[in-house]
Ligand binder design. Structure first.
Ligand code: PGA
Length: 255
């Protein structure tokens, strides 16, 4: 983590979990448990239906609100979709795009992910672009090729300048929800690859780009991961559902 130029971001991806009551409790616990004086940015991404009330519960806390997904359409006859303007309307400033669960379980390809990335930016949201390889791809030596392809498709659609207002999250699929975390060295290697890819087009943007690691981040492994020079925060799933665990990760980012 290069704290001199990049403010760490600790983001909680709640996925398909919680209720109105538990969401409110979790946010209350984060608002009260967070040391407002420390520098890392904290972000929570509840399910769509809890975003509007969450904005109220978070009010003036300094904790940011984000969506787990976004439509690539602006509006119209697209049943079930939620547009970027609706997300900003209820107080979101971030949207996750291309999470591996969207890619593998809901069939989102690189083109769809790039369209969502652009839709987020068009609405004034900061996209958190998720990339990462499967176990099979890692074991067959294709990690760099897969991650490069995923980043290149967004570069082709949006251009390098778009990365000045974006966040990237490297999430090896084999580490998500499995308890099997990438080693700090494995993660750093891919983070450096991503930064180098952006730097080949624009070194300044690459130097400012926050690249988060995701995949079984917990309070007891966050410190080692965040100590790596190109790891600028975490995208946290399971451990973001427990305030004490998420706050421990957050504190690791401030240390
Ligand atoms: P996990 O999920 O922390 O539960 O592994 C991370 C993610 O999918 O963003």
């Amino acid at each position: 983590m290069n704290s001199t130029s990049r403010i760490p971001l600790i983001a909680g991806n709640w996925k398909l979990n919680g209720s109105m009551a538990s969401s409110r409790q979790l946010i209350d616990d984060l608002v009260h448990g967070r040391d407002a004086g420390v520098s890392p940015e904290m972000l929570v991404c509840p399910p769509y239906v809890y975003l509007a009330p969450a904005a109220g519960w978070l009010h003036a806390s300094g904790i940011a609100l984000g969506a787990q997904d976004i439509s690539d359409r602006d509006g119209g006859a697209y049943t079930g979709e939620v547009a970027g303007a609706m997300l900003t309307d209820v107080g979101c400033t971030y949207a996750i795009v291309g999470h591996s669960e969207r890619r593998t379980l809901f069939g989102e390809d690189d083109q769809r992910v790039a369209a969502k990335f652009r839709a987020a930016q068009a609405a004034g949201l900061t996209p958190i672009l998720c990339v990462g390889e499967s176990l099979d791809e890692r074991e067959s030596g294709r990690t760099e090729a897969v991650v490069t392809r995923q980043i290149e498709s967004v570069l082709a659609a949006a251009g390098v300048d778009a990365f000045a207002a974006a966040v990237v999250a490297y999430e090896p699929i084999w580490a998500i929800g499995t308890g099997r975390t990438a080693t700090p060295g494995q993660a750093q290697e891919v983070h450096a690859t991503i930064r180098t890819l952006i730097a080949a087009r624009n070194a300044t943007i690459a130097g400012q780009l926050r690249i988060l690691y995701g995949g079984s981040v917990k309070g007891d492994n966050a410190g080692d991961l965040l100590a790596e020079p190109d790891i600028d925060g975490g995208l946290v799933g399971g451990a973001s559902l427990k305030a004490s665990e998420f706050l421990a990760i957050y504190r690791a980012a401030s240390g």
